[in-house]
Design a protein around this ligand. Structure first.
Ligand code: GCO
Length: 255
């Protein structure tokens, strides 16, 4: 019984921003739980390289290259899924960028770029996915928030605001789509060992701060998000809606 509850067999999962980093780890984890996975990114070359590795591991992998901030491209991608008879059962809105600069020095264009990539994209892709999930009466949306969905750090204002928005967009999705059989939830990673954080990991002072500030006394690994992703993508979370699950070693709840 319990294993079936977490099985994704027969399901198709689209993971945005999944050629590397957290998205790649989540996509692989959903694939190993039985899902057909659709990798997304802007570079088809990177996507195909990631797909080849995952196919070599025996996973069922498709690729769909589109810019999650480009509304016509997002709509065309889903029209392509429709034409191919591909129903997206699970959407993981993972695509995101980081841009570190104090607000007094921040260009508005950089602010907008981060908000568009990290927040508006989740609306654009989520809306297209839900336009298909709602008539089917079922679907899973998993938005990737952050520790900064709850806590602010200096120099990452647009990222923080976007991730705070992800927490509330998730609740808005639950408010509108819950009665239609679609569950929308979020995962909020803590400080994870990713390319995006490489500069922080290699900074001895920052590395020491993360380890001292985190009850687990270490950075998280991307694969440590897979359990939460499978849970929120599976039947096991059928009555979970609008929640943000922090996978952060305890940093968000312990001083
Ligand atoms: C930073 C980090 C954070 C990340 C962290 C927590 O510069 O502080 O990039 O913004 O979001 O991994 O999620």
């Amino acid at each position: 019984m319990s294993t079936e509850l977490f099985s994704l067999a027969g399901r198709t999962a689209l993971v945005t921003g999944s050629s590397r980093g957290l998205g790649r780890a989540i996509a692989e984890g959903l694939g190993r739980a039985g899902a057909r996975i659709v990798l997304n990114g802007v570079s088809l070359e990177r996507l195909e390289a990631a797909a080849a590795e995952l196919r070599a591991a025996g996973l069922d992998v498709l690729t769909s290259a589109f810019d999650v901030t480009d509304e016509p491209a997002v709509m065309a991608a889903f029209e392509g899924f429709d034409a191919a008879g591909l129903a997206i059962d699970i959407l993981v809105n993972n695509a995101g960028i980081q841009f570190r600069k104090p607000m007094l020095e921040l260009e508005t264009a950089d602010w907008r770029r981060v908000i568009d990539t990290n927040l508006t994209s989740a609306f654009l892709v989520g809306r297209e996915a839900a336009r298909r999930m709602v008539p089917r009466g079922e679907g899973k949306v998993v938005n990737i928030g952050s520790l900064t969905s709850e806590l602010a750090r200096a120099t990452v204002a647009p990222y923080t605001v976007a991730k705070g928005g992800i927490k509330m967009l998730t609740r808005a999705m639950a408010a509108e789509w819950g009665e239609k059989g679609v569950q929308a939830n979020a995962i909020a990673p803590g400080y994870m060992l990713t390319d995006m954080n490489a500069a922080l990991v290699s900074d001895a002072a920052f590395d020491g701060w993360v380890k001292g500030r985190t009850p687990a006394r270490r950075w998280g690994r991307p694969d440590e998000l897979v359990g939460a992703a499978i849970f929120l993508s599976s039947a096991a979370s059928g009555y979970v809606n609008g929640q943000t699950l922090f996978v952060d070693g305890g940093m968000s709840v312990v001083l």
